[in-house]
Design a binder for this molecule. Structure first.
Ligand code: ADP
Length: 165
C-alpha cells in the first residue's frame, strides 16, 4: 500500500521552513501532496496559481512530491486522494493551540486519517510567510529564507530590482 500524506497550507509564498517539512516528510511517506488552499481569512499576496507554480519549482527535485490547488474541506480532499495522513509543521509554542483545534476538528470529520506533526529545524522556528512578505516589501534581503524563484517573485510583486538589495 502506498503511504500518502497531504501537506496543506496557504504557502503565500513557500519558505525554506515549509520546504524543510515537505522534504523530511517525503523521506517518511511514499508520496506527499502539497495542497495549496485559498484561506479566505487571509488576503493573499500571490494567487493560488502563482503559489502552486513556486512550490513546483522549489520541489522539482523531489520525485514523490506533487503540488495541487485545493478548495473546500481538507478532509474531503484527503479522502478523495486516498491519503492516510495529514502532515503539518510546528514552530514555536504559539502554533500549538491553533493546530490542536484544527486537528481535533479534522479528527471529528474523519477519524481514519491521522495528523502528523514535525518540529521545524531550529533555524526556521521564527520563519513565516507573513514575516518574509513584511520585510521583502522594504527591500530586505530574504535569500536565506526563501528559494531564488520566490525571491524573484517577491521582487516583481514589490517592484524593485534584486541588485539594489
Ligand atoms: P496555514 O495558513 O495553514 O497556517 P502556512 O502556509 O502558513 O499555512 O503553513 C503551512 C504549514 O507549514 C503549517 O503546518 C505550518 O505550521 C508549517 N510551517 C510554516 N512555516 C514553517 C516553518 N518555518 N517551519 C516549519 N513549519 C512551518
Amino acid at each position: 500500500m502506498t503511504r500518502l500524506a497531504i501537506c496543506p497550507g496557504s504557502f503565500d509564498p513557500v519558505t525554506y521552513g515549509h520546504l524543510d517539512i515537505i522534504r523530511r516528510g517525503a523521506t517518511v511517506f511514499d508520496e506527499v501532496i502539497v495542497a495549496v488552499f485559498n484561506n479566505q481569512s487571509k488576503a493573499p499576496l500571490f494567487s493560488v496559481e502563482e503559489r502552486v507554480h513556486l512550490l513546483e519549482v522549489a520541489t522539482e527535485d523531489l520525485e514523490n512530491v506533487k503540488v495541487d490547488a485545493c478548495s473546500g474541506l481538507l478532509m474531503d480532499y484527503a479522502k478523495e486522494q486516498g491519503a492516510q495522513a495529514i502532515l503539518r509543521g510546528l514552530r514555536a509554542v504559539s502554533d500549538f493551540e491553533y493546530e490542536m483545534q484544527i486537528t481535533s476538528m479534522n479528527r471529528k470529520l474523519n477519524e481514519d486519517i491521522e495528523t502528523f506533526f514535525m518540529m521545524t529545524n531550529n533555524q526556521f522556528s521564527f520563519l513565516s510567510s507573513s514575516m518574509v512578505k513584511e520585510v521583502a516589501k522594504y527591500n530586505a534581503n530574504v535569500s536565506d529564507l526563501v528559494p531564488e524563484a520566490v525571491e524573484k517573485a517577491l521582487a516583481t510583486k514589490f517592484r524593485y530590482s534584486l541588485e539594489k538589495s
